[in-house]
Write a protein that binds this ligand. Structure first.
Ligand code: IFM
Length: 447
């Protein structure tokens, strides 16, 4: 990764008053206490030999279930306005599960931190299946149970996290749970998650919620060359990563050709999927350089893309890469957000960056500081270009269970020693804390 000079003092441009600064986590990645809840598809997947790079599971993870008070104290020390976490559907199904979220929300409110609750972040209860339409309906009932219990204190809700990755990695390529390799036959999984999103918006509205979004992962798709074969391949990639998940939510239609691959009464479902949201969450990590198929596998950030796909992923040259192998391209965030504003116009509600961050080792994590600094500046450029951006969340508060990468990739502002569960704030924690303090000074920071 980059070893450019590290900005020690966060002399960043001022964001508007009321801009929401936060950090994000997800239940399966930090909670542990797996024996105190029903199993999820991720428990079964992780138990299969060879699925997780270091052979680990999330059975204990950061033991956040038992240490949430310490973690809320870390959030308070950081000075964030908001904390994005997910509720585990299997835990909510288990005795005492909702009591845990009740305690967590109380602790956050007592610390003056706004809870932002994600209702699905990949840990589907074992036995449910996104290939089945019924899962969307069951999700809506689950959402009603959660909002009934927490809705008196939780104002901000996120229906789903990254349905694109859950479809692609979990159901098309099989490198995430539930481990299916359906390739394009995985498209119904996308449709049922989108339907679940729309039904969840309705369930939340019925309970009086008024601050609802979705967290979709997006990034620019850059053609490998101006050749037609490469621009077409990049267009297809853009369709699958960006438009497949944004068009139905924001425009109430599927991009060309995709509606026919979806199950059920698609037109009727699209009316549900397009229930208006109050804001649109974007998880941004990197752009992707995409070229025409070359008859061979390609690789992206440790994931092998089979030769049969109608595109290949190429390396973005001359930029630093994180230890996950992801290119560091902050200007991709400005490009993405301005392109979204141009593409969706007044159908795009205010945007919140619901995840952004990088993996990397060490307590003196200068690379992470450089990454966050550059991306926050890029976000400010989008704001100056007229994109209505309302918030920014760092992924992640704690080092955690990074899915198929196990504990080999550390994304936290806080280091976790998984043998002792000792938490140690990294340099980036202090940097982000100082940035938030500077943003709150009456005259605003300069730089
Ligand atoms: O850890 C994940 C998170 O669960 C979803 N978005 C990307 C992060 C980093 O890979």
């Amino acid at each position: 990764m980059a070893t450019d000079p590290v900005p020690r003092t966060p002399r960043l441009p001022a964001f508007p008053p009321g801009f929401l600064w936060g950090v994000s986590t997800s239940a399966h990645q930090i909670e542990g206490a797996a024996e105190e809840r029903e199993p999820s598809v991720w428990d079964r997947f992780s138990a299969e030999p060879g699925r997780i790079r270091d052979g680990s599971t999330a059975a204990v993870a950061c033991d956040h279930y038992h240490r949430y008070r310490e973690d809320v104290a870390l959030l308070a020390g950081l000075g964030v306005d908001a904390y994005r976490f997910s509720v585990s559907w299997p835990r909510v199904n288990s005795p005492g599960g909702l009591d845990f979220y009740d305690r967590l929300v109380d602790e956050l409110c007592a610390a003056g931190i706004r809870p932002v609750v994600t209702l699905f972040h990949w840990d589907l209860p074992l036995g449910l299946d996104w290939l089945e339409r019924e899962t969307a309906e069951r999700f809506a009932r689950h959402v009603s149970v959660v909002v009934e219990r927490l809705g008196d204190r939780v104002r901000s809700w996120i229906t789903l996290n990254e349905p694109a990755e859950h479809t692609l990695l979990g159901h098309a390529l099989g490198v995430h749970a539930p481990g299916r390799q359906l390739m394009f036959d995985a498209l119904p999984v996308a449709h049922h998650q989108l339907l679940a999103h729309g039904l969840a918006v309705r369930a939340l509205r019925a309970a009086g919620a008024a601050d609802i979004g979705i967290a979709n992962s997006h990034g620019p798709a850059w053609p490998a060359s101006p050749e037609q074969a490469d621009t077409e391949a990049a267009g297809l990639y853009d369709l699958l990563l960006n438009r497949l998940f944004a068009d139905p939510v924001l425009l109430g239609r599927y991009p060309e050709g995709l509606g026919e691959s979806m199950p059920g009464d698609v037109e009727a479902d699209l009316k549900v999927i397009a229930e208006p949201v109050d804001w649109y969450g974007v998880n941004y990590y990197a752009p992707t350089r995409v070229g025409a198929p070359r008859g061979a596998d390609s690789e992206f950030g440790g994931v092998t893309l089979p030769a049969g796909l109608p595109f290949t992923v190429r390396q973005i040259e001359d930029v630093p890469v994180t230890d996950s192998g992801w290119p560091v391209v902050p200007e991709g965030l400005t490009e993405l957000l301005t392109a979204f504003r141009d593409r969706y116009g007044d159908r795009l509600p205010p945007v919140v960056v619901t995840e952004n961050g990088c993996s990397g080792d060490g307590l003196d994590d200068r690379e992470r500081i450089a990454y966050l600094d550059a991306h926050i500046r890029a976000l400010h450029r989008a704001l100056r270009a007229g994109v209505d951006v309302r918030g920014y969340f760092v992924w992640s508060l704690l080092d955690n269970f990074e899915w198929a990468e196990g504990y080999a990739r550390r994304f936290g502002l806080v280091h976790v020693d998984f043998a002792t569960q000792r938490r140690t704030p990294k340099a980036s924690y202090r940097w982000y804390r100082d940035l938030l303090r500077a943003q709150r000074q009456p005259a605003g920071p300069t730089g």
